[in-house]
Design a protein around this ligand. Structure first.
Ligand SMILES: N[C@@H](CCC(=O)N[C@@H](CS)C(=O)NCC(=O)O)C(=O)O
Length: 188
C-alpha cells in the first residue's frame, strides 16, 4: 500500500529470539506487533494502520459515504483474515480441507461486489485501503489453494491488476518480500 501510494517505508523484522526477550513487547500498547511508526506517531493494530495511511495518502474514498463503505468492506476482509489466521495458527493439520471447501462461500461475496464495480475497485473510482487489504488476502489464499479464484473471474482479474501495478509488482518481486514467510509459523 505504501509503495503504491508513492511513500517511502522501511520494514524492521523482529526475530523470535529478540521478541522473547520481552523488552519490545513491554513497549507495545497491547503487547503485540505489528507496530507502525509514522513520524512522531506510533500505532498498533493493523487495521488502524490501514485507516491512518488511507486517510493520510488519499485511499479512504472521496466523501463520508465512500469512507463508510470502505470501512465495511475492510471489516468484511478482516472477518476472512481472522478465519484464515485461526486455520494457520490453530487448525492447519485438521482444518485445511474443510476451510478450502468453505472458501467459495466467503469469496463469492467479494466477487459479487467487484462484478458490479465499473472502476474495478471495491468502492468508488479509485483504490482504497480496503482494496489493498483484500488483495493481501487473495495473495495468501492463492498460496493456500492455487485454484481458489478459478471460479471467480472478477476477483481473479482484480488480483492480477493489483499484482501488475508497477510499484506493487516491484515489491512482490523484491527479495525483502520473497524471503519472508507469509506467516510466523511457516504454514501457508
Ligand atoms: N489485532 C492485532 C493482532 C496482532 C497480533 O496478533 N500480533 C501477534 C503476531 S502477528 C503477536 O504480536 N504475537 C506475539 C505475542 O502476542 O507475544 C493486529 O491486527 O495488529
Amino acid at each position: 500500500m505504501l509503495s503504491d501510494l508513492d511513500q517511502e517505508w522501511e520494514e524492521v523484522v523482529v526475530s523470535f529470539d529478540e521478541w522473547m526477550k520481552g523488552d519490545l513487547k513491554n513497549t507495545c500498547v497491547f503487547g503485540q506487533l505489528p507496530k507502525l511508526q509514522d513520524g512522531d506517531i506510533v500505532l498498533f493494530q493493523s487495521n488502524t494502520f490501514l485507516r491512518h495511511l488511507g486517510r493520510k495518502h488519499g485511499a479512504y474514498g472521496k466523501n463520508d459515504e465512500e469512507a463508510a463503505l470502505i470501512d465495511m468492506f475492510n471489516d468484511g476482509v478482516e472477518d476472512l483474515r481472522i478465519k484464515y489466521l485461526k486455520l494457520i495458527y490453530q487448525e492447519y493439520e485438521t482444518g485445511k480441507e474443510e476451510y478450502i471447501k468453505n472458501l467459495p462461500g466467503h469469496l463469492s461475496k467479494f466477487e459479487a461486489v467487484l462484478e458490479k464495480s465499473k472502476s474495478g475497485f471495491l468502492v468508488g473510482d479509485s483504490i482504497s485501503f480496503a482494496d489493498y487489504s483484500l488483495f493481501e488476502q487473495l495473495l495468501n489464499h492463492q498460496v493456500l489453494s492455487a485454484t481458489c479464484l478459478d471460479s471467480f473471474p472478477a476477483l481473479k482479474g482484480f488480483a492480477q491488476r493489483l499484482s501488475g501495478r508497477p510499484k506493487i509488482k516491484a515489491f512482490l518481486d523484491s527479495d525483502a518480500y520473497k524471503s519472508l514467510p507469509i506467516n510466523g509459523n511457516g504454514k501457508q
